[in-house]
Design a binder for this molecule. Structure first.
Ligand code: SAH
Ligand code: SF4
Length: 383
């Protein structure tokens, strides 16, 4: 499916049920243009922007330095509301999973994973996924739609609300003391098939006057949509993670149909030439361990050859099984042996440990009761 074919019926609705246009997700210039339609000068948009992204305002009424009529006008025509929280689950390991309902009732999951020195929010880019990777539960659900830039940002802003991380009046945005420090676009969906909305959201996320989360702390994971990889590096400069999962075209095409469109050689070339890639800005390759599919010593050796010359590390992910998948996770011994071969060739190859298993927040664990419920990928690197 082409990127452009995701427009139109796959898009987020342009307004909420009450006909209000989302202001979240507009660039400052776009916000200025929108408010100019009401004869409001540029500095007013700057004030609104400041309230939304630096103070976390959830309604216009609280924007104390705006004239009352302006606040009323904005409240009538525009929305800065958060999604509705359908459920919140907290794992014994501290992981929090929210099921959020967007303005049209579409459901999206977002997972917060606290660690010792950082906290990572796993953000969704689509409801469902058009790709059909065989080991991924999301791949069995038809795409319902792309998320809008506002809905991607709303997931992050909601987490900040709950974690109480908006600066007080006069305070500068800073990572100091924040629990939510990192963003991974690793929830449901293929972010590079919803590039414009993901890019719009991430630009505001990394803007020092926006949510002020540095691009060094943002990672985008893709199954390998080659044409958008370079664009992502050039325009956004975020960290790149590639769902590799196989070492030959035959093997990869069998479990990831996107490989028929963008085979390994093209994908790895895009990685080799990813703008800004270096030994201090390495690409992460994700490799899910599937018994008797991709987990032999030969696979590990082939992987060391394939990745040669690319500044990278390999995240080894034990497969999270789901009913009817037809796959089994490799044994612990096999996973360790696989990792050892990579490490002996000089690669960092940590084995990820699933987080939030008890609340079904780990990769592939969520079984959707309806087409609208999604699964998330909440895993972190084993320390
Ligand atoms: N669509 C993007 C973003 C999702 S990231 C991508 O595919 O990269 C989620 C990660 O979890 C991907 O690396 C995906 O391949 C992996 N994954 C999917 N299903 C899994 C499962 N059942 N067990 C372990 N990892 C899985
Ligand atoms: Fe989509 Fe990623 Fe799952 Fe593949 S692994 S089906 S691209 S979400």
């Amino acid at each position: 499916m082409s990127v452009s074919s995701h427009a139109g019926k796959f898009s987020a609705p342009p307004t909420d049920a009450a006909g209000r246009i989302p202001l979240i997700g507009l660039s400052l210039a776009e916000m200025q243009a929108a408010l100019a339609l009401h004869k409001l000068p540029g500095f007013r948009a700057k004030q609104v922007w400041h309230w939304i992204y630096q103070r976390g305002a959830r309604d216009f009424a609280s924007m104390a330095n705006l004239p009352k009529e302006m606040r009323e006008l904005l409240a009538e025509k525009y929305s800065i509301a958060r999604p509705k929280v359908m459920t919140e689950q907290r794992s014994a390991d501290g992981t929090i999973k929210w099921l959020l309902s967007m303005s049209d009732g579409q459901l999206v999951e977002t997972v917060f994973i606290p660690e010792a020195k950082r906290g990572t929010l796993c953000v969704s880019s689509q409801v469902g996924c058009t790709l059909t990777c065989k080991f991924c539960h999301t791949g069995t659900q038809p795409l319902v739609r792309n998320l809008g830039a506002h809905e991607i940002l709303q997931q992050i802003m909601h987490a900040r609300d709950i974690l109480g991380e908006w600066p007080q009046s006069g305070e500068k945005q800073s990572n100091e003391g924040r629990d939510l420090t990192n963003i991974v676009m690793m929830g449901m969906g293929e972010p590079l098939y919803n590039y414009d909305n993901v890019a719009g959201a991430l630009k505001i996320c990394m803007d020092a006057d926006g949510l002020a989360i540095s691009k060094r702390r943002i990672t985008l994971s893709t199954s390998g949509v080659v044409p958008q990889i370079r664009q992502c590096g050039e325009e956004l400069g975020v960290n790149l993670a590639i769902s590799l999962h196989a070492t030959t075209d035959e093997q990869r095409s069998a479990i990831m149909p996107i490989n028929n469109k963008y085979p390994l050689a093209e994908l790895l070339e895009a990685c080799r030439t990813y703008p800004g890639v270096s030994d201090i800005r390495r690409i992460t390759f994700e490799y899910v361990m599937l018994q008797d599919v991709n987990d032999t010593d030969e696979d590990a050796k082939r992987l060391t050859e394939l990745l040669r010359g690319i500044p990278c590390k390999v995240n080894i992910i034990p497969f999270n099984s789901w009913e009817g998948s037809g796959f089994t996770c490799s044994t612990k011994d096999r996973i360790d042996a696989f990792a050892r071969i990579l490490e002996n060739s000089g690669y960092d190859a940590p084995v990820r440990r699933a987080r939030g298993r008890d609340i079904l927040a780990a990769c592939g664990q969520l079984k959707s009761a309806s087409l609208r419920v999604k699964k998330v990928h909440a895993e972190i690197t084993e320390k």
